[in-house]
Design a protein around this ligand. Structure first.
Ligand SMILES: [Cu+2]
Length: 459
């Protein structure tokens, strides 16, 4: 306990590193800013309280029960990892393996994940649970699993080479620890991360509070954000890509393959967003609602400090959770607000043809170079959604899916929240039927003249 505190104390840690640097003879090169200067000796620092109050040591409690201790989380397009109880311990088994996956119909890929899913199934438990997680490696190379954001003994941290031996192909390792916190967390491979994580070896790890400070949600949805480089016509994401990703996913699905979140009018809804993607931070925006950001990776935020938002930025390595009451019926989009993250492939290397008058260009190219050629995107990219254009094998049109009024010209990081009055189950209820007079429509001549609206350019 004392040793643990010593490492948690910033002053103690700084004093320790200064001593190491002195031994190395480079202490003069270190510029210590005044506010961070160690004020006490290491011995005195032992008395310092950790900056974050640790709940350690905390006893293992009887296994938390679904329904009694928590409302199970829903992972759209994925599932929960099953567990059994052995002598009061929740026992799970992850199998890292290659997985045949579909980002959306028409785009089949080979990923690396767990238990037949990519990303892996959601691990769900309750604060105070003792968990034992077996990890079998059926990948062609060594792996390990890191419990991202979870407070564990150092040797359970899952960093191949640093805190454990790598799990060789065919081997099964055992991880075991008591959950001393709650919150939305993750697990991911921590061995050849560039390859393994680019191919999907990650999942959600949700820990419910033993004694929640807020009301329990009726609907609790969890999403893992993903980004991939999938060159058109190929079926394996490219792990060598560093910056230029072209497929963006909620729980490894692209709209319209993303299962909608369905809620009854008046339900208390919780949405958890987590990411250990490679490169991009995602501002996730929900239409129709204001919500309270209720949790960070550190667990519940005191009510007085919760911010009311309509967009929540989830950085890489972070989770953000927000709550609201579903009091507005309708089909409400939830999407990343980085506009290139709601489209798929092809857009990134596309010439800018907006405003171009192709004239006889298409005819000439068709005759001499490419028989099927057509200049696209001259009036914007939305038209692509309607063209049913031919796309290379195993790829999708850049944007688009049929909607109730027209084509929805978004793709990628988009899903829907469907709030309905009077539904008796949470099956997809189809498109929202709007009450009469509540849909934006073309303005009539009478309306324009009544309100003195001149539609000629104001320029
Ligand atoms: Cu994004």
């Amino acid at each position: 306990m004392i040793t643990r505190r010593r490492f948690l104390t910033s002053a103690g840690a700084l004093a320790g590193s200064a001593a190491v640097l002195q031994k190395l003879g480079s202490a003069q090169e270190v510029k210590t800013r005044e506010p961070n200067k160690p004020r006490e000796t290491t011995a005195a620092a032992k008395k310092n309280k950790p900056l974050i109050e640790r709940v350690d040591p905390k006893p293992t409690l009887p296994p938390g029960e679904a329904g009694k201790d928590y409302t199970p989380v829903i992972t759209p397009n994925n599932t929960a990892l099953p567990w059994k109880i052995v002598d009061g311990v929740k026992v799970y088994h992850l199998v890292a393996e290659e997985v045949n996956h579909e980002f959306a119909p028409g785009m089949k890929v080979k990923l690396w994940g767990f238990n037949g899913h990519a990303h892996g199934p959601t691990i769900e438990a309750v604060e105070g649970d003792r968990v034992r997680i077996y990890v079998t490696n059926n990948l062609p190379e060594a792996t390990s699993v890191h419990w991202h954001g979870i407070l564990v003994p150092n040797g359970m941290d899952g960093v191949a080479g640093l805190t454990q031996k790598a799990i060789q192909p065919g081997e099964t390792f055992r991880y075991e620890f008591t959950l001393r916190q709650h919150g939305t967390h993750m697990y991911h491979s921590h061995s050849d991360e560039m390859t393994q994580m680019a191919l999907g070896t990650m999942g959600l790890f949700i820990i419910h509070p033993r004694r929640p400070k807020t009301e329990r949600p009726d609907r609790d949805f969890a999403f893992m954000l993903g980004e991939w480089r999938l060159d058109t016509g190929t079926s394996r994401p490219n792990p060598n890509e560093m910056t230029d990703f072209n497929v963006f996913t909620f729980n490894a699905k692209i709209f319209p393959a993303t299962e909608p979140m369905v809620a009854k009018l008046g339900d208390r809804v919780r949405i958890r967003i987590a990411s250990v993607a490679a490169m991009s931070h995602h501002p996730i925006h929900l239409h129709g609602y204001q919500f309270r950001v209720t949790e960070t990776d550190g667990g519940q935020i005191p009510e007085s400090a919760q911010q009311v938002e309509t967009t929540v930025l989830t950085a890489i390595g972070q989770s953000r959770t927000f709550d609201f009451v579903a009091d507005q019926p309708g089909d409400w989009p939830m999407h990343c607000h980085m506009t290139h993250h709601v489209m798929t492939q092809m857009g990134d290397k596309f010439p800018n043809t907006i405003g171009v008058q192709p004239g006889k260009l298409d005819e000439k190219i068709r005759a001499s170079l490419l028989p099927g050629y057509m200049t696209m995107g001259t009036n914007g990219m939305g038209e692509m959604a309607e063209m049913h254009m031919k796309v290379p094998r195993n790829s999708l049109p850049m944007v688009g899916a049929p909607g109730p009024f027209d084509v929805i010209d978004m793709s990628g990081l988009l899903t829907l929240l469907k709030v309905r009055e009077g539904i008796t189950n949470y099956e997809d209820p189809g498109w929202y039927q709007h009450p009469e007079g509540t849909v934006a429509t073309v303005a009539s001549g009478n309306q324009l003249s009544r309100d003195g609206i001149n539609t000629k350019s104001k320029g």
